[in-house]
Every structure is written in C-alpha cells, then in structure tokens.
Design a protein around this ligand. Structure first.
Ligand SMILES: Nc1ncnc2c1ncn2[C@@H]1O[C@H](COP(=O)(O)OP(=O)(O)OP(=O)(O)O)[C@@H](O)[C@H]1O
Length: 242
C-alpha cells in the first residue's frame, strides 16, 4: 500500500529530517514509529499524508508516485486525502469551526457529500467516540482530551483506509489514553492501517505488531516485530528510547 524508497527530506533552511528512508507498509498493518525527539517521525508522517513531498527518492501510495504535481490535481488530491487520515500532535491545529458538529462535518462537506449523508456520518462518529454531549460546544473551549477526541472524530468521519497518529497520547489522562488504545485496536481489527509515533509505551500494549525505529541522524536503524524490539532493552537504552 505504502512504499517509501530511498526518501530524504530537507526543510527549506537546510535541516535534514529524513535520510535515505526505506519503508514498505501493507494494508492492515499497525506500526509504531519510535525514536528520539527530532529524529524524523513527524516528517515521515507528513510526507505519507502528502503535506510535504520528498526532496529525494520516491513515495508510492497504492502504486502511484505522490508528487507535488499529482497533489495539485483536485480529483486525485481529494481521493488521496480521503484514504489517509492524520491526527495531529497538537489537536488545535485541526480545529477551527465554531462548534463540534460543524467541525466533524467539515471534511465530508469538503468532499461534496449530501447534507443527509453528512448528518448520518457525523452522528455515527459522535456515538462511536462517545462525544454526543459535545456536539454544540465550541472546540476551542474543550479540554485537551476532549479536543483530541474531536480531532480523531474529524478523521473517523471520513472512514479513511490509513490512520496516522502523531504522538496521540500526549497530555491525555490515563482514562483517555486507555480509550485511545482500545480505539486503535478496534480500527486495526476492522482492517485499517495504523501508523503512530509515540514515546508513551506504557499505554500501547497489544496495539502494534511492528516497530520502526529512527535514530538521531534521521535514518531507520531497526524495523521489526514490536514485541521483540521492546524486549531489547540494551538497544532501546543505547539509542535513548528508554
Ligand atoms: N517546519 C520545520 N522547519 C524546519 N525544520 C524542521 C521543521 N519541522 C521539523 N524540523 C526539523 O526536522 C527534524 C525532524 O523533526 P520531526 O518533527 O520530524 O521529528 P520527530 O521525530 O517527530 O520529533 P518529536 O519526537 O520531538 O516529535 C528536526 O531536526 C526538526 O528540528
């Protein structure tokens, strides 16, 4: 489904964020992206979501190379973005409407769905995330955990194939972390592909089958079974992951 081939990425002022990264992701995988601060996890997720494109190398999604030129084509961009949902590290970055209902309805409306379909999807999503009571609230005034649930709802409502979570547990209370863990397991069991960066290992048991580890020099230093990598305390300690 996702093929990253020899990808490097350099931000405009010349900072390298990814160096020669190779990654192949199959449909239905649940992968944890692990690595020290600044190692390139968020950059890779932005690239997979099409927010940025590779400085060097290739990114293929379902066999098609994702380039600036392709992303500028409205019909391609719409169908690509419908398949990949991104839950940002900072929920406020994805909340801008005046109430929660409109916030969740925004994506489906942008996709040109009929209002009846929009309503059905928004109500199903509110129920699934158990946030029906928030629907008339102003997103900006919600607590951190509530904002995170609404941010997740804006993604769920589009029923994407791939969910990308950038450090989703940050700032959440234990109950909301447990909720998020159960949610990730449920969507993966339903066949969704998950890619998630995290430093919060305590709350993600049994979610991931595979881990991809980045080092501070922005390369992948290990890619394998999550449980095996997490058992290798020497490796994790040496690379400042624990
Ligand atoms: N918008 C930007 N402009 C310039 N440099 C950036 C930008 N965003 C990230 N970087 C740099 O790119 C490198 C990789 O950053 P990235 O955010 O991908 O790391 P990360 O592994 O997600 O880190 P964290 O665990 O702290 O979230 C870092 O050196 C960072 O300073």
């Amino acid at each position: 489904m996702i093929d990253i081939k020899n990808v490097s990425y350099k931000y405009s002022e010349g900072t390298f964020a990814l160096r020669n990264v190779n990654l192949h992701i199959e449909v239905g995988e649940a992968i944890a992206l692990i690595g020290v601060n600044g190692s390139g996890k968020s950059t890779l997720m932005k690239l997979i979501n099409g927010l940025i494109t590779a400085s060097d190398g290739k990114y293929l999604f379902e066999g098609k190379e994702i380039t600036d030129k392709e992303l500028q084509k409205e019909s391609f961009s719409k169908s690509f973005h419908k398949k990949i949902g991104f839950v940002f590290q900072n929920s406020e970055m994805q909340l801008f409407c005046s109430n929660v209902y409109d916030e969740i309805a925004f994506g489906p409306r942008q996709m040109g769905m009929e209002e009846e379909e929009v309503k059905r999807r928004v109500e199903d999503t509110l129920r699934l995330l158990k946030i029906e009571d928030l629907k008339d609230r102003q997103p900006y005034h919600l607590s951190g955990g509530e904002k995170k649930k609404v941010a997740i709802a804006t993604v769920v409502v589009l029923n994407p194939e791939v969910y990308i979570f950038d450090e989703p547990m940050n700032g959440l209370d234990p109950k909301t972390k447990r909720f998020l863990r159960e949610f990730m397991i449920a969507i993966n069991n339903a066949g969704k592909t998950i890619l998630c960066s995290t430093h919060d290992f305590e709350y993600i048991q049994d979610v991931f089958k595979r881990a991809v580890v980045f080092s501070g020099d922005h390369t992948i230093i290990r890619d394998g079974k999550y449980d095996e990598i997490m058992k290798d305390k020497d490796f994790l300690y040496k690379n400042n992951i624990i």
